[in-house]
Ligand binder design. Structure first.
Ligand SMILES: [Mg+2]
Length: 369
């Protein structure tokens, strides 16, 4: 697949009223800002990639910075030489940030799979005719009753895995919220929590012991992203399993986690690592080192969610966090559907989605690129 027309779009996406993204790291998030790349070849085979750009709380990059970087990088890429040459250039260009690489790699993977008449997950040497995978749901920060009501709505829809966002209250108050929620949902559902690095290292062990009573599948990122001393300290185990997220921000960080002897869990996202291919490669490295993997995402639109779904289909991880597009009311993509505890795509080729570019704002176009 050799792109002859390359276009960059952006769009603002909104969740239904009452669904408020709010975590210890993000604060309240009023909308998602998305950047889309559409690549097309002479036969009109089309591929679409998406990255969310208002995630400075994760990567320190503003929407304007990511958009500017994408514009400059896309303009210079050797589109006329095909997918492998574009990816090779991105690999060698150290200035290409993870979101920009993810945007290009996703669009090219979608187009390459459509061209070959297969799904994106098939590009990684697996065959998964059923394009569905289980997912958790997130209970965002809010008052006690709102959090419990959100949990009950998800359980009523058939979701069996919930992750609650903590770290905005004192640990004792968080523990009360957690135990109350466990009481409400009963012992059979999987419950986890995400602290987004809220605890100082010296409080992690006692905090985990205090949370153990809630029978958690894992506590995500209890300590700071750069706290490698804590990674070494809890490498072999802890009172509650730990899932690293903010610590694992790049393929280099994945290698460092493996070298540190980490034997717990790690949460991989396309926008952190720079592409579906990198999530699959890093996931396989972690799995072969005996580390549990979660394939996840930010709150993101349907295209980015479908990309994460295909990475999950390729890796079949224990944990998957693919709820990002659930509840969006103005997503330009179609074909992603949330079922009873899972998510799937309708189409068999590429990412399996349709894309309505007319509902987006075009930023740039390069033809005969
Ligand atoms: Mg997290």
């Amino acid at each position: 697949m050799t792109p002859t027309r390359v276009r960059l779009f952006d769009a603002t996406l909104h969740y239904r009223p009452g669904l408020q993204v709010h975590t210890a790291s993000s604060g309240p998030v009023p909308h998602l800002a998305s950047l889309y790349l559409v690549v097309e070849d002479a036969e009109s085979v089309r591929g679409v990639g998406e990255v969310r750009t208002n995630i400075a709380y994760l990567n320190g990059l503003s929407t304007a910075e990511v958009t500017g970087q994408a514009y400059r990088a896309l303009e210079d890429l050797p589109w006329g030489e095909g997918r492998a040459a574009v990816l090779d250039t991105l690999e060698r260009d150290r200035s290409a940030t993870a979101p920009v690489r993810a945007l290009a790699e996703t669009a090219l993977a979608d187009a390459a799979a459509r061209s070959a008449g297969c799904g994106v997950c098939d590009l990684f040497g697996v065959t998964r005719p059923a394009r569905r995978y289980h997912t958790n749901q997130s209970i965002f920060h809010g008052d006690d009753d709102a959090m419990a009501a959100a949990a009950e709505r998800y359980v009523a829809r058939g979701f069996r895995r919930l992750k609650i966002r903590l770290g905005l209250r004192p640990p004792d108050a968080d523990r009360t919220v957690l135990l109350r929620l466990r009481d409400r949902i009963g012992p059979d559902l999987e419950l986890a929590c995400d602290l987004n690095g809220a605890w100082p290292t010296r409080e992690v062990e006692s905090g985990l012991r205090a949370f153990a009573e809630a029978d958690l599948a894992y506590v995500e990122q209890p300590f700071g992203a750069d706290d490698w001393q804590a990674v070494a300290e809890f490498a072999e185990g802890s009172p509650v399993p730990i899932m690293l997220d903010e610590t694992v921000t790049s393929p280099e960080a994945v290698e460092r986690v493996i070298a540190a002897g980490w034997r717990q869990h790690a949460h991989l996202k396309i926008v952190k690592l720079g592409g579906i291919d990198r999530v699959v490669a890093c996931g396989r490295r972690l799995q072969s080192a005996g580390i549990g993997v979660m394939v996840g995402q930010m709150n993101e639109g349907g295209v980015a969610t479908a990309a994460a779904l295909h990475a999950a289909l390729a890796l079949t991880p224990d944990h998957a966090e693919l709820y990002g597009a659930d509840g969006l009311v103005d997503d330009p993509s179609g074909g992603l559907d949330y079922g009873a505890g899972d998510v799937g795509v309708a189409g068999a080729a590429g990412l399996g989605l349709t894309f309505d570019e007319a509902s987006c704002h075009q930023i740039a176009e390069w033809t005969d690129a």
